[in-house]
Ligand binder design. Sequence first.
Ligand code: ADP
Ligand code: MG
Length: 260
Amino acid sequence: MSQLIAEHVSKTYDGARGPVHALSEVSVRIGQGDFVVALGASGCGKSTLLSLLAGFQTPSSGRVSVDGVAVTGPGSDRGVVFQDDALFPWLTVLDNAAFGLTLRGIPSQQRRERAKEMLALVGLSAFAQHRINEISGGMRQRVGLARALTANPFFLLLDEPLGALDALTREQMQTLILDIWQKSGTGMFLITHSIEEAVMMSTELLIFSPRPGRIVSRHYFDFARRYAAGESARSIKQDPAFSQARSLILEHIIAQTEAV
Ligand SMILES: Nc1ncnc2c1ncn2[C@@H]1O[C@H](COP(=O)(O)OP(=O)(O)O)[C@@H](O)[C@H]1O
Ligand SMILES: [Mg+2]
């Protein structure tokens, strides 16, 4: 089982008006099968942490590693999905999904087979030949997920992938991502602004606070595992334990805002 680890990671940017301490002494451990969710106001360094985990940037201090090997750049062991996923509008859904493997020199037939499997996983088999501008926002996010999954990553890093979706589509995407997590055994790192989403999906929930961005508390929940074990999302959300967890997290978030 692979582990993606950040140890005492800090990041300072050279801002136009002096240094910006985006992250301070953040440690996080994402094992395959874990679902780590980052929650917090804008500007508390969540995307910075994700980019360090992805290897898009390097920390100013501290270390990011996979199974003890330092991360020095992006790798096929880590898939990334953003809110506005950069899909190619002139390519079909299938070709977009297969694109994740194009750069790796994998033969085209193999690429398409793998992409088809992933489109089936995200429920888009019927749309394989559609162009991106012919499908909805929720479907585009599913193409982004399929593309990230074609390389068979050990970890998926998701930066507010559901932020732009309407409420109903968002709930459907939440359970789809949980299904993918359960089937693939991937280690997940998800950034969200939604308390309900964070509580429902996390095995470990990290609450961030700004200036400098840091983790102020960690909470461990079993709702995602209950869903993975077969309980319906509706039944979980109706459990009083779920509302209690939501209230607890809300109180922590309010305490954070008041402390700033
Ligand atoms: N490339 C950059 N250069 C300078 N400052 C940056 C850069 N990227 C992010 N920041 C700053 O770092 C802080 C954290 O940003 P970010 O990680 O995007 O937070 P979040 O995702 O939680 O909203 C913010 O103050 C932001 O303005
Ligand atoms: Mg962000």
